[in-house]
Design a binder for this molecule. Sequence first.
Ligand code: FAD
Length: 306
Amino acid sequence: MMASISKNVFLYASRNGLLNHAAKKWGLKFGASQVVAGVNIESAVKIVRELNQQGIACTLDHLGEFVSSKEEAAQAAEYNVKTLEAMAEAGVDSQLSVKLTQIGLDVDRAFCVENMRRILEAAKWHGNFVQIDMEDYAHYQLTLDILKELRDVYGYNNVGTVIQAYLHRAGQDVKSLKGIPLRLVKGAYKESAKVAYQDKRDVDDNFLVIIKEHLLSGSYTAIATHDHHIIARVKELVKEHSIPFDQFEFQLLYGFRTDVQLSLVREGCNVRVYVPFGDDWFGYFMRRLAERPQNVSFALKGFMSK
Ligand code: FAD
């Protein structure tokens, strides 16, 4: 009961435009620096380098929410291009993750595609790969359509996306995306029973189904989870089907389960950490607190120490 109340409070805060806007001026607060790699590219690249030294690859995500004008979307796209340049210049091992709403999906679809093409051109120039994060269901089909357009019409093969196991249609979508590098996740948004499983066990079962589907189709698969039960099952699965270690990776979020990250590296698995950064950190931080109430304790500790 308390967990569900706190979850809803954090989700409400994550969507509150005024709070998100105000937080941009605060700098990282409430312990957010444990899960957000600073507010600028320099601090993020520094953290990526430290993670690389521990055998961990990264994907950088420049945080940005509530984009409602072409100007903001163009600025966000430009910042992503700069991030790719900064990573190349620093010689770090990191990809890029992008949310389509940040580069104008809600403003103008064609403009968003144009922005994505700019980012992908820069990524191609630097020999890098861009993963399009998956957002809520309202943007789901649009995201898949744009991915298809970018790959099939414009010929970019350095782009993939994310499929959420809580969606009933996830299995079909993974089948239709055979051959495309995908990140598979349980799903982070609150979706209706019409489109998504509501029971954790159903989500977990479907997660394993789609992981198996993509791996056995020979496609590169990123399994993004902090769930040690799922990680253990994936390890069994790859052993059972002799899946080569270079066909999959585990992904975890920056600041979460660092013990698991390092033990996977020691076992010889590819590990990639998703590293968010930027002054628009508040919504991301609130969603992480909503996901796992235990995280509240470190937020409170951070709050007390500020
Ligand atoms: P959960 O179901 O949260 O946890 C299962 C069990 O694992 C828990 O009961 C606990 O026993 C253990 N556990 C979990 N976390 C911890 C912890 N911190 N410490 C100790 N034990 C723990 N979602 C999207 O919708 N779109 C995206 O694009 C997207 N990208 C993502 C990228 C990455 C790299 C990751 C890791 C997640 C991403 N997500 C995304 C979020 C994802 O959908 C889930 O909401 C989130 O990962 C929580 O689910 P879980 O699989 O980690 O396990």
